[in-house]
Design a protein around this ligand. Sequence first.
Ligand SMILES: [Zn+2]
Length: 103
Amino acid sequence: MKKVGSTRGLGARYGSTVRKRYVKVITELKKPHKCPQCGFIRVHRVSVGVWQCGKCNYTYAGGAYTPITKLGVIAKRSAKGAAEEAAKTAAPTVEAVTSEEVE
Ligand SMILES: [Zn+2]
């Protein structure tokens, strides 16, 4: 009874590495997500990369499988600190991570 949960139905197919990755993605996808607008745990995925809050109908773009992506956090952070960041250094921050999260 080790491999229950989301792998049910997949059986022994696709290999363990793929199954593990699948479980990780699916559990993340099915997890209740918090709305960045109203704070309620009512966010569900309406489409790939599109998330909507059932409480306030706030719709936003996120990752394909999770509402908040690493890239999004970095982008947000660099956008927020852009002014002070620009004053300190002229080094680009976003370019290095653009190859990530390609679905
Ligand atoms: Zn909301």
